[in-house]
Write a protein that binds this ligand. Sequence first.
Ligand code: CP
Ligand code: NVA
Length: 337
Amino acid sequence: MTTTTSKRLITTTTTTKPRHLINISQLTNDEFSNLINKASHLKSIYKSEDNIEQTQKNHQKLLGKLVALLFSKRSTRTRISTEGAASFFGAQPMFLGKDDIQLGVNESILDTTKVISSMTSCIFARVNSHLDIQQLCKYSSVPIINSLCDKYHPLQAIADLLTIREKFGETKNLKLAWIGDANNVINDLSIACLKMGINVSISIPKSIQFDSNVESDAKKLATEQNLKFEIVNDPKLALENANIIVTDTWISMGEENQKQAKLKQFENYQINQNLLSDVNLASNWIFMHCLPRHQEEVADDVFYSDNSVVFEEAENRLYAAMAVIEAFVINKGDLLK
Ligand code: CP
Ligand code: NVA
């Protein structure tokens, strides 16, 4: 936009706000399902041995660009998959750990975000609180991709739904049972499942509160699609006829000081063959876990069983990150493209 005054020429640029990935709830059902299609398509391209050089050239749409990874918490899968995805599209990933930059010590989130977004194509952000993600979205001129905060983990939900679809083909009318904490992973996973026609049964201890916003979004989605969304206490109730069994750590990053109290709250919530032998499961059941895993929430006899798909699920994080870069950065937030 150019405005001329009698004294001087003032030039201001009108920029459109980028679209950010904050959580799965913000996506329409079609947008979410298209992201899964995209992840699946990119996976087949990535794994294909045909014409590798040409395939690489065709996808290097971010050649010469930078992708920032602003991580204030540890990571194995998210770091590798986002760096890998950025490289696939020709961009240079730049890891900015909490001890590498001025943020939080010498510089505000506003100034840091303005500077990083002025030089990069997108920011994968793994931060402590959802408020941090909201601040980043407010100040960034490039897409912010929530790479885990205390409330959401959308990249994990995309990889998980890709894995479920690969295992079952059709997702409609499956049942997912979550046995564990009410945390960032199940918040996005429950919404993602409902968007893809999967019934969700969550078992959490009485003393743990499920996020009320996520619960009301989930209930609305379930009603619209004639699906079941329930929160129960008894793991056996949730597990009845389940096709997909999922758990996660009981002590998320940042909750280390609550470890003893939480271990007590989760007594009898460990997933093991003994528990599973007491319930009717679907014959084709699978076990999933976003990792890292601890013995307390799932025993080896399930974690390393033939029904476990945890390592395929981890690999799918790469294709989820690729799909997100293509949709939010290359296609500028047009998720139906
Ligand atoms: N599942 C997951 O996000 O793993 P990392 O914490 O290792 O990235
Ligand atoms: N709920 C876990 C997920 C780790 C990938 C955490 O926030 O630490």
